[in-house]
Design a binder for this molecule. Structure first.
Ligand code: ATP
Ligand code: MG
Length: 384
């Protein structure tokens, strides 16, 4: 009896002629996720089987595959040779010892001597005599013993379903650049867009030495969490120290965050285009803070010339975002205290509804393009 993992796709089957493309992307992503673990992935119609792994690593395999977008559900199954004795032994070991159950057989091997109903009845009957606290309930079972007779003379027996991450395989929806801070929101935004199949690179802005190295390490840790879902990510790190000093020196302090945001967006756009990204992604949520009023968003948006800006969290409440952050495994990192560059030189009263005219007036006190180029010259790339 060998342990195997059944992997079922999610939306992929809807993609008609593109199906092969989606399947190849999924298999590449599964291979990346399982790197370092002995295994073999076998394609079957409409699903994959992971075989040849060490049984002690089953939980690790499931935990890694749960992070691969495009997977609808997973089951750990016992694979046996197709004969009633072996099928029963497998059913016996996946079956609970008490509760209501049913047996459900799927028979791709039409040549087998018994049909699905006969297999259900025989295996169900034998399980009932073996475990005295079991009863059959075909309408409302507590669990189902699934028996799947394959064409190749093997049978899979299982009773558990694990929910997969859903969505589409990363790599099938282009490439985007996520503006990632050390906060709760941006990693969640990246996760949501990656779920739709987009490859996500990250860009982070710091103002060292005003912000410390722990702030940087925290962002690296957050990008690593995201990388577990995306099969790796590139993290661009850019210093905006000079920009903030210049704003502080020359502009009305109330515009610090507004102006800084515009620099961030412009730099992100340039870095993104240079590296083949097709959009920017932010963790902005409408009205959450002063800079995220529609006027604030207009201000930061209007500096981006060619790329669309995706804001997947726009309609979410903070508690919904926190729930997603917990689910993806980022929350405990995000809540560690850190210094964000936006808190450096923070004005007592930031402008809440800045008009573009007044922003431009402030911005004209600076050499915008030269500061952008200078910041880009500090670019560091970390492959995660
Ligand atoms: P987050 O939790 O992602 O920090 P937030 O609700 O705290 O979001 P802000 O701090 O106003 O909101 O930032 C809005 C968005 O701007 C962030 O979600 C992120 O996309 C981007 N951003 C903010 N600070 C940085 C930074 N230092 N580096 C890169 N992007 C940033
Ligand atoms: Mg923040």
């Amino acid at each position: 009896m060998e342990k195997v993992v059944i992997v079922r796709y999610s939306e992929i089957h809807l993609k008609g002629k593109n199906r092969g493309y989606f399947e190849r992307a999924l298999i590449i992503n599964m291979e990346k996720a399982l790197k370092g673990l002995k295994h073999e992935i076998i394609r079957q119609s409409g699903r994959y089987l992971v075989e040849g792994f060490d049984g002690a690593e089953t939980d690790e395999i499931i935990s890694r595959l749960k992070k691969v977008f495009g997977i609808h559900s997973l089951s750990v199954a016992l694979k046996v040779q197709t004969d009633m004795e072996n099928i029963f032994k497998a059913a016996e070991s996946v079956c609970g010892e008490c509760g209501k159950f049913k047996v459900s057989t799927h028979r791709a091997d039409k040549a087998f001597c018994k049909d699905s109903m006969q297999i259900n009845a025989e295996i169900g009957g034998r399980l009932l005599s073996k475990f005295k606290n079991l009863s059959v309930d075909v309408h409302n079972p507590d669990f189902i013993v699934n028996i799947d007779l394959r064409e190749n003379g093997s049978t899979l027996v299982f009773n558990e379903f694990f929910k997969g991450a859903g969505g589409m395989p990363v790599g099938t929806s282009g490439r985007g650049t996520l503006l990632i801070s050390g906060g709760i929101d941006s990693p969640v935004a990246g996760h949501m867009i990656a779920k739709r199949g987009m490859t996500v690179d990250c860009i982070h802005f710091h103002s060292y030495p005003y912000t410390n190295m722990q702030a940087r390490d925290k962002v690296i840790e957050l990008a690593k969490v995201l990388a577990k879902y995306t099969g790796g990510t590139k993290l661009y790190i850019v210093s905006v120290t000079r920009i903030q000093e210049e704003i502080h020196k020359k502009c009305n302090g109330e515009y610090m965050v507004t102006l800084l945001r515009r620099f961030m967006m412009k730099i992100a756009e340039k870095v993104a285009i240079k590296n083949g990204s097709q959009c920017l992604i932010t963790g902005e949520s409408l009205g959450q803070v002063a800079s995220q009023t529609v006027e604030g968003i207009t201000s930061s948006n209007s500096v981006v010339e060619t790329l669309p800006v995706l804001r997947p969290l726009c309609g979410f409440d903070k508690d919904e975002i926190i729930e997603r952050s917990r689910d993806m495994g980022a929350f405990e990192i995000s809540i560690q205290p850190y210094e964000d560059c936006c808190t450096v030189f923070l004005p007592k009263h930031p402008v809440i509804k800045p008009s573009l005219t007044s922003i431009k007036e402030e911005e004209n006190k600076l050499d915008f393009n030269a500061l952008v180029e200078e910041a880009i010259s500090t670019l560091e790339i970390i492959q995660l």
